[in-house]
Design a protein around this ligand. Sequence first.
Ligand SMILES: [Zn+2]
Ligand SMILES: [Zn+2]
Length: 373
Amino acid sequence: MKLRFCTVPVTLLLLVFWINPTPASAHFFPNITSIPASLIPNTTIWDAFNALDGCRKGVKADGLAKLKKYFQLFGYLNNSYDNFSDDFDDYLEKAIRTYQLNFNLYATGELDAPTLKHIVLPRCGNPDVVNGTSTMRSGKPSNRYSANSTIHTVAHYSFFPNRPRWPPGRTRLTYAFLPENQLSDVVKGVFARAFERWSEVTPLTFTETSSFYGADLRIGFFSGDHGDGEPFDGVLGTLAHAFSPPAGRFHLDGDENWVIDGDFLNSSPMSAVDLESVAVHEIGHLLGLGHSSVEDAIMYPTISSGTRKVELANDDIMGIQELYGSNPSYNGSDPTLTPRTEWDTSGAPRVDYLLWRRGILLVVELFSLLLFV
Ligand SMILES: [Zn+2]
Ligand SMILES: [Zn+2]
């Protein structure tokens, strides 16, 4: 959810959207070898951050101001923070530490090589920290986390603030593509497959409609500034973003080299981005999921270019089923994963406890019934 966006009156938003849609004629390639060399950049927007290796609190270095903007973009620095100097201050150190916790890195608060390697990865444009609260690992009780455990792993899925979801009576959602993008049936088929991943595990269904502004979910490719305050940045960097329910907006960066048949076994060039992988992730946002610290999860914020990740992880499935319940024909389960609700400290109802209490009441009622018969 883009909270800054949501504070603006809806009518004004619609006006902006109509005036300045800037749809992109996006690049699609059947496979990675069909991308022409001229479209493969030598560097991308965040590569320059690699020069900041070794920077720590107290130093001044060219590029730290840009890095602060990066951290503000993803919620790690408050929106009121405006000290975009090249000084490494306390706020930047705190932002880096939070980022490191979220991405399962050593929380050194310094720009070490593993942290920078992660910072430059292409990623989703949705923030990891909303209104100062991280929904990822750094915002969770650390003593229950066991990232490397194969025996018992705590789930790390998250929701947007106030847990917005599509209402219970609306399980049949429609989606449409921005007409100006003129997408081929093959490209549309990629999105259909991505929707299918989520409908397999929930009672939700997704049907394409030709009415763009009448659809629940609206998909469009855009370049640069496209009127919602979250401009795209060219090849790599941010790849896409999507809004929480019931906004239904799903925007993709038209400047990426989108690959529609993601056979990435010998991944080169590295600027290729698998469309289906990104679509599955962003649909998670459209349905109400936030980012997860579980690296295998679809809702993990970064994806290495030249890789494909389309299978929902148990973390994703447990998250989406907490919002919508399961698809009656879905049998999958993972007994090694503890539902997040077991240790949720947010004040939200503890689903497992409620179910347990309901079970006890049922047994008591049955017992009373037997006594009277
Ligand atoms: Zn995301
Ligand atoms: Zn957008």
